[in-house]
Design a protein around this ligand. Structure first.
Ligand code: ZN
Length: 396
């Protein structure tokens, strides 16, 4: 159990104790629960908590605390705690029981519906969650901003990008969100998702519109800039594409590996492989990235000969260790080996390939999830722009 949850449960225990005490102060008799005395339940719950059995403690507190105006917030929070602990069905029951209470104030009804919607999202019941959040929107409730955030989560999960964009536009109308770069960045990604679909369907004009829309949300969007470069390349504007890619290379060196296939394509279309070689040499001067070094070695091999590539890679690997670099070097050496030696090195090559294949090269800086390929959205925590290359000691 996380420290935060433990503190919260202790807090609940204190509040519950205070509430029971108050009931006595007013001279009322404590109400009996099904299992017996209210105070007995309270101490049973506390005992579970002290014995590190939080689930039993939560159940006991919920059963002991009668739902009334003084305990609604505690019930709301205990339900949320159940959800965080993966007990989604129980959380739904707690919040549904609250919502069914007659005379529930508008404020608590809204908070309960928000919590219930979060439970439904956690349970994968997205239709129900969408319906509840939309209710809050239609009622123009003060909870509508939180409801919009939940709708965005739902549309993002369902890959309903147009709806996610519209909900983001509405959310960003709230002055409190105007400077929220994460929300704006996410909205830009939704536009890029659509642009990618349209590029694949060869609908270049529509894709251009979405890229423009993405820049409207986030004028520094790297993904939109990469898509613009791809669009320019597809439209035959190689110079414009190279210009766009050069901007990314200069401002965000961590994205250089993603620019290289496009850059290569542009120079190939322009039939200027010498210029590509010069460009790579220039990039290497500013960024000693192994991906660039491998592309440069490949270009030296293509434009000159294997020896030139071997010479370059050898000197590059003297200052930086890299398994991918060693593998490339081995492949460059292999044509010169006789059959017997070649066979031995073949198995070494396979081992190196497996090692590279099984090594994570990217990590989410939000949740720590590791990946082998770059992702705009972390598949684990679902946050955008959090997956970064592992630069130290990944051996690539
Ligand atoms: Zn993550």
């Amino acid at each position: 159990m996380s420290n935060l949850d433990t503190y919260f449960l202790f807090l609940v225990a204190i509040i519950a104790g205070w509430l029971f005490g108050r009931v006595n102060l007013f001279g009322r008799k404590p109400k009996k629960t099904v299992n017996g005395n209210l105070f007995e339940d309270y101490f049973v719950g506390l005992n579970y908590l002290l014995n590190d059995e939080p689930d039993e403690a939560i159940d006991t507190f919920i059963n002991a605390l009668e739902i009334n105006s003084e305990t609604i917030e505690t019930h709301l929070a205990l339900g949320a705690l159940l959800r965080r602990r993966g007990k989604v069905d129980k959380a739904i029951n707690v919040h549904q029981a609250l919502l069914a209470r007659p005379g529930l104030s508008k404020e608590f009804s809204d908070s309960t519906r928000l919590q219930l919607s979060l439970n439904y999202i956690a349970a994968g019941l997205l239709d129900r969650a969408e319906r509840l959040s939309n209710e809050l929107l239609v009622e123009n409730s003060p909870a509508k901003w939180a409801a919009l955030e939940q709708l965005i989560t739902i549309y993002q999960t369902e890959k309903e990008w147009e709806k996610a964009i519209e909900a983001s536009e509405a959310l960003l109308r709230n002055p409190a969100n105007k400077k929220d770069d994460r929300k704006k960045g996410a909205a830009a990604h939704y536009c890029c998702e659509l642009a990618e679909q349209q590029l694949q369907a060869n609908q270049q004009n529509k894709a251009r519109e979405q890229i423009k829309r993405a820049f409207g949300f986030d004028r520094h969007s790297i993904r939109a800039a990469l898509l613009l470069a791809r669009l320019e390349q597809l439209s035959g504007n190689q110079k414009a594409a190279i210009k766009e890619l050069s901007k990314i290379i200069g401002s965000h060196p961590e994205f250089i590996p993603q620019t290289l296939p496009l850059l290569h394509g542009c120079y190939k279309e322009s039939k200027s492989s010498e210029d590509y070689e010069k460009k790579l040499e220039k990039i290497l001067g500013a960024c000693q990235d192994i991906t660039v070094a491998l592309a440069y070695a490949e270009q030296l091999k293509h434009n000159h000969n294997d020896d030139k590539a071997i010479q370059f890679l050898n000197s590059f690997l003297e200052s930086r260790s890299s398994i991918s670099g060693v593998l490339e070097l081995l492949q460059l050496y292999m044509p010169g080996f006789d059959d017997k030696v070649s066979q031995k090195f073949d198995s070494l090559k396979t081992q190196l390939e497996e090692l590279i294949l099984n090594t994570a090269a990217f990590r989410c800086n939000h949740c720590g999830y590791e990946l082998k390929t770059p992702h705009w959205m972390c598949p684990s925590c679902k946050n955008w722009d959090r997956v970064k290359p592992i630069t130290e000691g990944n051996g690539h």
